[in-house]
Write a protein that binds this ligand. Structure first.
Ligand code: ZN
Length: 89
């Protein structure tokens, strides 16, 4: 009787262990996939994925700030406007 229980239970236990381990490996692999990292733009404070931000080291402390395309574009236009006025004078 004990032998029969042993024979029936062993494959079930082994199968359950394998199933548990494979599902755990799968979730580990899912965790390892790089998710789009979200960062704040230093200027507008909006959240963007890192792929849409430009990282720049600012100042002497080696602090890295992220800037979004819209803010960079605004800065560019602001600078253009400023230099245009100077040229016109
Ligand atoms: Zn921005």
């Amino acid at each position: 009787m004990l032998f029969i229980i042993f024979v029936i239970l062993t494959p079930i236990v082994v199968w359950l262990l394998l199933h548990f381990m494979s599902s755990r490996q799968k979730s580990d692999a899912e965790d390892a996939t790089p998710e789009a990292q979200i960062e704040l733009c230093a200027m507008c404070q909006d959240e963007f994925p890192m792929t849409e931000l430009l990282e720049k080291e600012v100042g002497g402390y080696g602090r890295v700030y992220c800037f979004c395309g819209t803010c960079i574009e605004n800065l560019y236009h602001e600078y253009q406007h400023k230099t245009d006025i100077k040229v016109g004078e």
